[in-house]
Design a protein around this ligand. Structure first.
Ligand SMILES: Cc1ncc(COP(=O)(O)O)c(C=O)c1O
Length: 284
């Protein structure tokens, strides 16, 4: 089957259809207020990578903002399965659950409507391979809210970080976000650095608990590497031997300069390479 943007399969509020048949109310709180949770699960050759961890995060996110999940954790894989695309080497399964369509616009509670559930999947090609040259990054103030551990669709702070890169003429570079003097995260990925053979990554107190982050930490520890969950300050980060960021789409993306200052040798490093290769093995 050849997929175009309008004929990919979707699940919407209990029914399967094509994406162009999905009709979302203008009064949906996800649309009006960004009052919703989302999840993105990478699927390689039809097999989800760490699906259980992604569904756990989805359930935790819903619970933490008080949306009652219409499904149990065990239900989700079966509900999502029919929307997976045939014969795609890699695809990203997208799930969004909003607090629902109230047929009016208001902020206040109680909200007594069922959540809206939308699921679809889109093909992707992992953009980073072992010959990746690395990307430039730029430090920015973190403008986001105080519940960054929640995978909310209210992503204005994240979007503005990317807009700043665009305005600065470096739209394809990476932003590294600083809060209280510590570099905590990128707008859609987690941060890692290595110095003297030790790997540092910020703790998950107020960042998104990335699933790729956990997989990479586990790989590194299995390889006998020392991983410390500490957020570097800007000086420490710029003095790193290696820096990379992780997420479900870009996997492990090396950073070779920060604010114009070369990181390490100015090329993707050996630790990144080892972890990148081991990560590829998880997808098989
Ligand atoms: C702010 C932020 N941090 C980290 C991540 C990485 O999460 P994961 O590895 O689960 O894709 C994401 C993914 O979208 C993100 O938006």
């Amino acid at each position: 089957m050849t997929y175009k943007n309008n004929n990919i399969p979707a699940f919407f509020n209990g029914s399967y259809m094509t994406i162009d048949q999905v009709s979302i109310s203008p009064f949906d709180r996800g649309f009006l207020l960004g009052d919703s949770i989302y999840e993105v699960i990478p699927v390689y050759a039809g097999r989800m990578l760490a699906g259980d961890k992604h569904y756990r995060r989805l359930m935790d996110g819903l619970q933490s903002i008080g949306i009652e999940s219409p499904y149990t954790q065990a239900d989700w894989p079966g509900i999502a399965a029919p929307v997976l695309l045939d014969n795609e080497a890699a695809q990203l399964l997208y799930i969004q659950v909003t607090r629902g369509d109230e047929q009016t616009r208001k902020h206040r509670f109680p909200v007594e409507v069922p959540p809206t559930v939308l699921i679809f999947s889109i093909p992707f090609s992992p953009p980073v391979d072992e010959n990746h040259l690395g990307c430039a990054a730029h430090v920015q103030d973190d403008l986001r809210w105080q519940r960054c551990n929640v995978k909310s669709t209210s992503l204005m702070g994240n979007v503005l970080a990317y807009r700043q890169l665009y305005v600065d003429g470096v739209a394809n570079d990476e932003a590294l976000l600083v809060r209280d003097g510590r570099v905590v995260e990128a707008p859609s990925s987690n941060l890692f650095m290595a110095k003297g053979g030790v790997i540092f990554t910020p703790p998950i107190d107020n960042i998104l608990p990335g699933i790729t982050r956990v997989l990479v930490i586990d790989i590194a520890r299995d390889l006998g590497m020392d991983v410390r969950e500490e957020a570097p300050n800007i000086v420490m980060l710029k003095d790193a031997d290696e820096v990379w960021v992780t997420n479900s789409m870009e996997e492990l993306k090396p950073v070779i300069s920060i604010d114009g200052q070369t990181v390490g040798q100015g090329v993707p490093g050996e630790i990144w390479f080892q972890l990148f290769k081991a990560f590829q093995a998880l997808k098989a």
